[in-house]
Write a protein that binds this ligand. Structure first.
Ligand code: HEM
Length: 495
């Protein structure tokens, strides 16, 4: 395409965009595919309510919808929530569905870490991380770190808030808590962001800005956000600043870790398996270590903050569930938190409440795949190397055809059999931890941490939401954070 054609294209695009913006109307509630601009006006008109918009479309289209992007925008997107497609793409024909270059472009700040890796690079990371999370001391190690932060961080801050009648944003408090714990686990450094004086948290703030910018990278044609990045405006300007804050922090941590090379010890006086040591052995340079450690750190951080926040929101509007969890905890005491099997068998109802929270509020809202070769999905849709397949995990938990007519209700009971045993669902249906060979590697760690924190709070405090709040997910974020947070007051539990 020469310059003249390109300019003409951009002009036609802008004119059509303005025209269709004003005359835009849905046909049967589905976006119309206009000349030049495709369905982009519909997306941008609904951007402020992107999740409900996706749910409406998916309900009307039997779970799969082809989104037509603007002419020359290179946006062939197939949105699907069909469990048969998920099973096919993530497990049955896994080798044809790498993350792909577009995914790596969107998540460029993660560099060469496991999230962006495909094929041999991915296998290489997966083996290293498996060695780490399967180390016999790992479970004990992260339980100890979580306990320490509960005792010396969250509990004193909650007590202080109660004594001084302070209301606070629970999501924000969980961000501080989890940030400190995950830094201690993966970087042997406690930044102590959770303390009475609530210091500024530039790294946490920068991570939120990054995930917002990444959302826009998914919905705008590549040439628009890449142009924004080039001239440094809009979301991309914020992204650049935020990435610098993040990089400074992570390189500092790596530098300090390398300096005394004691690394993250699993046991006192024993330099045993630790993540940094595992990666440093490879001698691939600081940038590589940064990418690898940052990716694991973020994988651990986001899911736990988001699940805890939505869990306590759902409990606040379903007090009958708290009563049942309390009863279960009373019967289960004492619990050996270092014994993963004991925790699972004693706390079935808490486990079910967490799964139900994850079903309704999947922390990672989207997944994306890019086929290597032409293929036909079980739903009959044709895909090829230019198609990006997007899975909206939030919408998937709210489909009547997948979860039944009561899909919008919070019912931990749906996860428990008549005999009181936890009822697992296939991962292509409950897709929150991903499915197939790329299944989340931190599921057990996440579930234990969430249970430990939830049990401590439920047994000792009453969380009372401040009235008049509108609690909704942020529709413009790849993570399912609460848009306006969750303001609460805290009281000691009467036991
Ligand atoms: C509730 C908490 C969590 C949720 C909902 C969750 C969910 C997910 C999802 C959806 C993926 C796939 C991402 C993708 O391929 O784009 C994933 C991958 C991954 N998760 Fe988690 N995760 C959680 C906690 C953790 C924790 C605590 C760790 C810490 C070790 C962790 C480590 C990983 C790793 C290493 C991968 C990459 C797996 C691969 O690509 O082979 N996750 N997780």
């Amino acid at each position: 395409m020469n310059y003249f054609e390109m300019l003409l294209g951009i002009l036609l695009f802008l004119i059509s965009f303005v025209v269709f913006w004003y005359i835009y109307e849905d046909k049967n509630g589905l976006p119309t595919n206009w000349a030049f601009v495709g369905m982009l006006p519909a997306v941008l008109k609904n951007i402020h309510r992107f999740h409900p918009f996706c749910i409406e479309i998916m309900q009307k289209t039997n779970l799969t919808f082809e989104f037509k992007g603007p002419w020359f925008g290179n946006m062939n997107i197939l949105g699907t929530l069909d469990p048969a497609n998920v099973h096919y793409v993530f497990t049955q024909n896994f080798t044809n569905y790498p993350k792909g270059q577009k995914f790596r472009d969107n998540f460029d700040y993660l560099g060469d870490g496991i999230f962006n890796a495909d094929f041999e690079d991915w296998e290489y990371h997966r083996n290293i991380i498996l060695n780490y999370v399967r180390h016999p001391n790992f479970h004990q190690f992260f339980v100890k770190k979580t306990w320490d932060k509960l005792k010396n961080g969250l509990i004193p801050v909650f007590d202080h808030a109660y004594k001084h009648d302070i209301q606070f944003d629970l999501q924000h408090m969980f961000s501080r808590f989890v940030f400190d714990v995950e830094c201690s686990i993966f970087m042997d450094h406690d930044p102590k962001t959770l303390s009475m004086d609530l210091p500024k948290t530039p790294v946490n703030d920068s991570l939120n800005e990054i995930s917002e910018a990444v959302f826009y990278r998914h919905v705008l044609p590549g040439f628009i956000w890449k142009f924004q990045r080039w001239v440094c405006i809009g979301q991309e300007k914020k992204f650049k600043k935020a990435k610098k804050v993040l990089d400074d922090f992570i390189y500092d941590c790596i530098f300090n870790l390398k300096k005394d090379y004691k690394c993250v010890k699993m046991e006192e006086n024993e330099v045993s398996v630790d993540l940094l040591a595992l990666y440093m052995k490879e001698k691939k340079g600081d940038k590589f270590v940064r990418d690898a450690i940052l990716t694991i750190f973020l994988a651990g951080r986001d899911g736990i903050i988001i699940t805890l926040s939505w869990l306590f929101y759902l409990l606040s509007i379903n007090p009958q569930v708290i009563v049942k969890i309390k009863k279960e905890l009373d019967n289960a005491n004492p619990i050996n938190w270092e014994d993963h099997n004991e925790v699972n068998s004693k706390l079935v109802y808490l486990h079910a409440s967490i799964y139900e929270t994850l079903r309704l509020y999947s922390p990672i809202a989207f997944e994306a795949k890019n086929p290597l070769k032409q293929d036909i999905l079980p739903s009959g849709h044709h895909v090829g190397p230019n198609t990006q397949i997007i899975f909206n995990l939030y919408a998937m938990g709210r489909m009547k055809s997948i979860w039944g007519d009561d899909c919008n209700d919070f019912k931990p009971e749906r996860w428990i059999s008549e005999k009181g045993v936890f009822r697992y669902q296939p991962s292509y249906k409950f897709f929150v931890f991903n499915a197939g060979p790329r299944t989340c590697m931190g599921r057990e760690m996440a579930l234990t941490q969430i249970k430990l924190v939830a049990a401590t709070i439920i047994q000792n405090y009453v969380i009372a939401p401040v009235e008049g709040q509108h609690i909704v997910p942020d529709s413009n974020n790849i993570l399912l954070v609460m848009k306006n947070g969750f303001k609460v007051k805290i009281y000691p539990s009467l036991q």
